[in-house]
Design a protein around this ligand. Sequence first.
Ligand code: IPM
Ligand code: MN
Length: 359
Amino acid sequence: MNSYKIAVVDGDGIGPEVCAATIKVIDEVIKGARSIEWDHVAGGAQNYLDTGVALPDETVERCRSADAILLGAAGLPGVLYPDGTEAGQDTTLQLRFELDLYANLRPIKLYEGVKTPLEGRPNINYVIVRENSEGLYASRGGGNVLRGETASDTMLITRKGVERIVRQAAELSLQRNGAPLDGKKRVTICDKSNVLRSFAFFRSVADEVLADYPEIEVDYALVDALSMYLVTRPSYYDVIVAENMFGDIISDLGAATIGGLGMADSSEIGESHALFQASHGSAPDIAGKGVANPIATILSGASMLEWLGGRSDDSLLTESAFAIRSAVEAALAEGDGLTKDLGGQAGTQDCVDAIVRRL
Ligand code: IPM
Ligand code: MN
């Protein structure tokens, strides 16, 4: 029997609850047909308070040797380094850098049964492909504040970085059914090339890569205009590729249109490692109350199974991923899976039960 080891970084706030929910759903769908070892490892803002590091070396090594990584949420407001940035963010950020998790895939999909604040209930189903290893985030821990007068962080864009992320975006578009509006396979390049040289470079390298994909329509969007279009015509989008910081920002904008961050799952993928966590934070205000929406993490867990199944040629995992997604879809559409943030009544456990019942 194939066996897998998953490193679990429970992290802070609601992190342990959403991880437990996801592990429960995965264990239920696998039902002993595979052996999955869940290796809980330390990390997060609380770990920083307790030990002085957000991400221990041992955690990095156990994540490196695991088949995949599941992360709950990390970071607590107010737990800061002397430079004023949040210590807990290094849990995620250092894993991204250490394991070169360069492709952050963030599906934005409006499920039946979930309310959107947008008028006319548009059909929303696109994926943000966020560059996850460079851009403005490359400066993390390396910016400069001089004499209390000036501050700078540098944005780094490399040819290699743009090529590999745009290729991911194009390959993803090929596998999808196109934009809901017109069925066209479309890759939107999100940048600010009208103002900054680095983004003009990003766009030109992206153009070169997309020239290899004549079946895909190339679309250009400045990030400010795109922020408007994601509200006014979201069904036009299929795959959007963006620099790290822009990808971060438009992810939350997109999430707001599909029921909020509780619905926003995410996969962070490199050549040989991958990490799965929701786009949301640790929500300390609701931690421990049993009300957190676990769906974003559960859907991230489904993507983990799909990725692992593909890599290990294990179709049971791939099928399990689809089974989880269908169960989530039904639990939302029929209402018993809707948590309070989605306007429903379900607590975290009720939501998990609603999903498990349908597996
Ligand atoms: C995200 C989060 C992270 C980010 C944090 C946790 C470092 O906001 O994954 O979108 O800023 O990238
Ligand atoms: Mn974010």
